[in-house]
Structures are given as structure tokens and as C-alpha cells.
Ligand binder design. Structure first.
Ligand SMILES: [Zn+2]
Length: 238
């Protein structure tokens, strides 16, 4: 049976529109049931067997389905469908001499009193800048889009070049989010789970945990855990 608490946690535990929070609802009313709903941003992409899929235990297919959705409280979900506003948005970011754009498809809610339109999308924002450092070279600016489309771990380090070390750093504070170091025919990999690229599915040694998904900056286990502030390490045979 599905673990609704874990599903809500995967979607950040709050209504994307008004911010109503799962934890506060439990504190105030003792339940989160019947308050939060998953809304498909592009309804035509909804799984044909969605009702069954979402009630089953956690699976890759279920998480893929949740990625198509935003979490809304029941009131905001009702308003969204009543207003029925579909939107497209072009994001453009300039950093140094680099520039990037991303097309987003989403839905909106208009608040007439506050004269505000809130745009909401399930898409991952890919215009976020990072620093890529190869060996001891000067770090270069890359964007999330580069990481989605062109995995630097494979293409830049092991296939194309002779680099031995690759680090991806937070653009703002230089924090290391990902690193891989070549060591003969193996490579040591280290990644902060909050770094939302490169998905992993791992069989766990611990019988209670069984299976772990690392994706979109979040770690989930088959037994219902959700975590964000950890790091994964591993050895790859190359
Ligand atoms: Zn809401």
C-alpha cells in the first residue's frame, strides 16, 4: 500500500500555491488526509492507470508519475481547475558571458485582490548555474541544463578526456556537490543528495530498507524514509 506521507514529503510537504504545510495540518488537526492532492500539470500525460499506481507501494513508475505533478491543497486545487489557466513561461538567466533559456509549461492561479498571478510548473528548473572544475583547472560555469543533457561524468572525464578529477560546485558559495576521482580502473564518486542531478537506484544491504532511490535532490527508501541532507559515496568500475 502507498505511503502517502512519503509521497507528500517527496513533493516538499506543502501546497505549491498557498504554502499550506503538511506538518502544520497534522499539528493543528491531527491529519493530512483529504487536504492535499497531486495535480498533473499536463493532464494528457497522466498515467492511464493512475488511481491504482498511486495507491501501490513506492516504485520508480510511481515516482515518475509524481514528477508530473505539483502538490496542492484541496482549496487551491479547486481554484486552479475553476480558473483553468494554462501558461508558458520563458526563463532567461545571464551569468558572466554565459546565457541560458528554458521554456516552461505550467498552470496559473490569479489572485484578483492582490493583483497577482502565480505560475506553477512541475518541470525541474535547469537554468541554475554551477561551477565545473576539471582537475585543478579554473572552474567554468555550467547550468543544470548541461547536466541533464550531457552527463559530464561520462562524456568529459572518461570518454573524451584524460581528466582524473571532476568537481561540481555550488555557484554561490563553492560548496562541493558532486565529485568523481579516477584511480586506475575505478572511480570514487561522492554526491550530496540535495544535488538534483544523476539519478540512482540502489539495492540496500539493510533488509528493512531494501531499495533506495536518489533523485531530484531527495533520497527515498522502500520502507518510507525520505532524506535530503546526506551524501552518497561509491566506487565505480571504469
Ligand atoms: Zn493551497
Amino acid at each position: 500500500m502507498a505511503n502517502k506521507k512519503q509521497q507528500l514529503d517527496y513533493k516538499n510537504n506543502c501546497c505549491r500555491h498557498c504554502g499550506r504545510n503538511v506538518k502544520e495540518m497534522v499539528e493543528e488537526f491531527g491529519t493530512f488526509n483529504r487536504i492535499f492532492e497531486f495535480n498533473h500539470v499536463v493532464p494528457s500525460l497522466k498515467h492511464p492507470n493512475y488511481d491504482n499506481l498511486i495507491r501501490r507501494t513506492i516504485s520508480t513508475e510511481q515516482l515518475d508519475e509524481l514528477d508530473k505533478c505539483i502538490l496542492l491543497c484541496k482549496i487551491c486545487h479547486g481554484i486552479l481547475h475553476a480558473q483553468n489557466i494554462e501558461l508558458k513561461c520563458l526563463l532567461k538567466v545571464d551569468v558572466g558571458d554565459k546565457s541560458i533559456t528554458q521554456d516552461l509549461v505550467g498552470q496559473g492561479i490569479i489572485n484578483k485582490k492582490e493583483k497577482k498571478l502565480k505560475f506553477m510548473t512541475n518541470q525541474k528548473i535547469l537554468v541554475v548555474p554551477y561551477l565545473l572544475q576539471l582537475d585543478s583547472n579554473e572552474p567554468e560555469i555550467i547550468f543544470g541544463k548541461d547536466l541533464e543533457e550531457n552527463n559530464p561524468m561520462l562524456s568529459k572525464i572518461f570518454k573524451v578526456s584524460g581528466y582524473d578529477k571532476c568537481r561540481i560546485l555550488d555557484f554561490r558559495n563553492g560548496e562541493e556537490l558532486f565529485s568523481i576521482r579516477r584511480n586506475n580502473n575505478t572511480a570514487q564518486l561522492k554526491q550530496k543528495i540535495k544535488f538534483p542531478y544523476f539519478q540512482y537506484e540502489l539495492e540496500a544491504d539493510d533488509k528493512n530498507v531494501k531499495y533506495v532511490w536518489i533523485r531530484n535532490g531527495i533520497g527515498l527508501t522502500k520502507n518510507g524514509e525520505v532524506f535530503r541532507d546526506r551524501e552518497i559515496t561509491g566506487t565505480l568500475i571504469i
